[in-house]
Design a protein. Structure first.
Lengths: 130, 130
């Protein structure tokens, strides 16, 4: 496989991984006020593609964060226990937003690499023109 | 002169090196958020060229097996980054450095294509065609 095609392939895997990370983050953010919701995290790992000889990035299995949920005091809430507290979600919006910003930055970097590899192969094809 | 057009071979080897470097950088960028990933880079073309000066008749490969595929681990021509400079999750990739390298690779590629095109034009005009 042509080296530039490999570069395109790897950048695509990066774009895919970052966008699925962003999708997970938006699930967490939209469920920040759902009682009992536990935030999802997805691990990234390097997947060596022996066919092309490149190290792509893959997302692993979704896992749930074990952090203790926030205890919210509201005796009138239907889920409240005897002491008047109920379990909220364990989503920390600050962490999610920082993570989202990082995902966006990495997505843009991958997009830039994709664009550059594409432009390089275009300029190679220009050689055929007179 | 026309039996052995070294300038074309050199320009070709330079373009191959630049596109390989682009593929390696794309892998670094794609794995910029993978824990434990160690960034890689290729040996600069000048050094590859100088070390291979005796064998000018064949295309200069930066590492064995880059045309045949195979694992990129621990092969000649690949430089691994220093693990001591890693961030807390063991990742050594810095997006800024990668962007710098990508621009370098792109410039090298454009340069090699320009050399190729210019040599082609000289050949064309020696044939009497414009």
């Amino acid at each position: 496989m042509n080296e530039l095609a490999k570069a395109l392939d790897v950048s695509t895997s990066g774009l895919r991984a970052q966008s699925s990370r962003l999708r997970n983050l938006s699930e967490n953010i939209s469920n920040a006020d759902t009682p009992g919701y536990r935030r999802k995290t997805i691990p990234f790992r390097t997947e060596f593609d022996a066919g092309n000889g490149v190290s792509k990035v893959e997302v692993g299995r979704v896992s749930l964060d074990d952090r203790a949920p926030e205890r919210i005091y509201d005796p009138s809430h239907p889920m409240a226990d005897d002491t008047g507290y109920y379990d909220g979600s364990n989503v920390d919006l600050l962490i999610e937003l920082a993570d989202a910003r990082q995902a966006q930055r990495s997505y843009e970097a991958n997009l830039k690499m994709f664009e550059q590899a594409r432009q390089m192969s275009t300029s190679l094809l220009q050689l055929l023109r007179r | 002169m026309f039996q052995n057009l070294t300038v074309f071979e050199t320009a070709y080897a330079m373009a191959v090196h630049a596109s390989q470097r682009q593929a390696v950088i794309a892998q670094n960028v794609a794995n910029a958020d993978t824990p434990g990933f160690v960034g890689r880079d290729l040996v600069p073309f000048q050094e590859v060229y100088a070390s291979d000066g005796a064998n000018r008749s064949f295309q200069r490969a930066t590492r064995e097996g880059h045309l045949l595929g195979g694992s990129p681990e621990n092969l000649e021509g690949i430089m691994r980054e220093d693990r001591t400079l890693a961030s807390p999750d063991g990742n050594t990739v810095s997006l800024e450095t990668e962007m710098l390298r990508a621009t370098d690779a792109n410039r090298q590629y454009d340069r090699s294509l320009a050399i190729y095109r210019s040599a082609l034009n000289i050949l064309r005009s020696s044939l009497g065609r414009q």
